[in-house]
Design a protein around this ligand. Structure first.
Ligand SMILES: [Fe+2]
Ligand SMILES: [Fe+2]
Length: 296
């Protein structure tokens, strides 16, 4: 039985993304086929090394997008899809976050642009669009379930995301999308209920700790990550995305790593999960500009 989780891009691989390709015996699915760079970090624009990496990852994502029958867009942020790549959506089934409900203004506008681009595709090649929020279905022997919308972070300011759970027999994978923690009960409920083997979680946003990300939110996220380890059958937790924008993030949730050892759960970055070296380019942007003591 085939059940392959292939993480294509993420902060630990050099750019903002959570793009994941999944393959089972009868299904190929790409979740959030997008990659972006922080327009400004440490008051600096993206370094050329980051720009090259993003391009490399974009090409990789498009290669996998082409061979996916199913596509998921968990929310309308450009690190999660490319509105200009809709040509590659042809004849696929596209599961999207509901653009009519539980959405903020900016994401709603972006969703409308995306749908307009898709409407330009010839009728005989048009993708089949499915509003995914809260849906549960079986696709040729693979069980796929989407959560109800949950906050993008701790409130509705940045809108909502949907989480994705995929399983075949005993194997399962859950993708949280941009929960930034998770700190909220609603976000954790789906994870506890589905009890995945492999969890890909958008971890605490430690690079903004004490600024837009509070210590209370960090504490709640730590407790929730421990609860997930104690109350589900999870074996591997991939913590990445917002979490890997900070070189010191691991120290800030040391309790989670200590606890994982006690309960025998592996915690990895996406790069480590894919047996690659960590390559946190955004977190190292300042260093990239000042390498060898000179501005590049
Ligand atoms: Fe987002
Ligand atoms: Fe994101």
């Amino acid at each position: 039985m085939v059940f392959t989780v292939n993480i294509l891009a993420s902060e630990s691989m050099g750019a903002r993304s959570m793009s994941t390709f999944l393959e089972t015996d009868n299904l190929s699915m790409i979740i959030d086929p997008g990659v972006e760079l922080a327009p400004k970090r440490f008051s600096l624009p993206p370094h050329p090394v980051e720009i090259n990496k993003k391009e490399e990852l974009r090409i990789k994502i498009e290669r996998y997008l082409k061979k996916s029958d199913h596509l998921v867009i968990t929310h309308y942020h450009y690190d999660h899809y490319n509105p200009l790549a809709t040509d590659l959506f042809k004849e696929k089934t596209v599961f999207i976050k509901d653009y009519g409900k539980s959405i903020n203004k900016s994401q709603k506008n972006r969703a409308e642009t995306l749908l307009k681009n898709i409407s330009n595709i010839n009728n005989d090649e048009k993708p089949s669009m499915v509003i995914a929020d809260g849906k549960e279905l079986e696709i040729d022997g693979t069980y796929v379930c989407f959560s109800d919308p949950v906050f993008h972070g701790v409130d509705a300011r940045l809108g909502y995301v949907i989480q994705v759970f995929v399983s075949v027999e005993e194997k399962s994978f859950l993708f949280t999308s941009d929960v930034e923690g998770p700190a909220m009960d609603d976000q954790v409920r789906f994870i506890l209920e589905k009890s995945p083997d492999i969890l890909f979680v958008d971890g605490p946003m430690t690079y903004l700790l004490g600024m837009s990300y509070s210590y209370t939110t960090l504490e709640r996220s730590i407790q929730n990550l421990e609860k997930i380890m104690s109350d589900t059958k999870v074996r591997e937790i991939i913590i990445d995305h917002h979490f890997m924008r900070d070189l010191k993030s691991k120290d800030k949730i040391k309790r989670v790593y200590d606890y994982s050892k006690d309960v025998g759960v592996k915690i990895l970055s996406a790069a480590e999960f894919m047996n690659e070296e960590n390559n946190l380019l955004e977190a190292r942007r300042k260093e990239l500009y000042t390498r060898d003591g000179k501005k590049e």
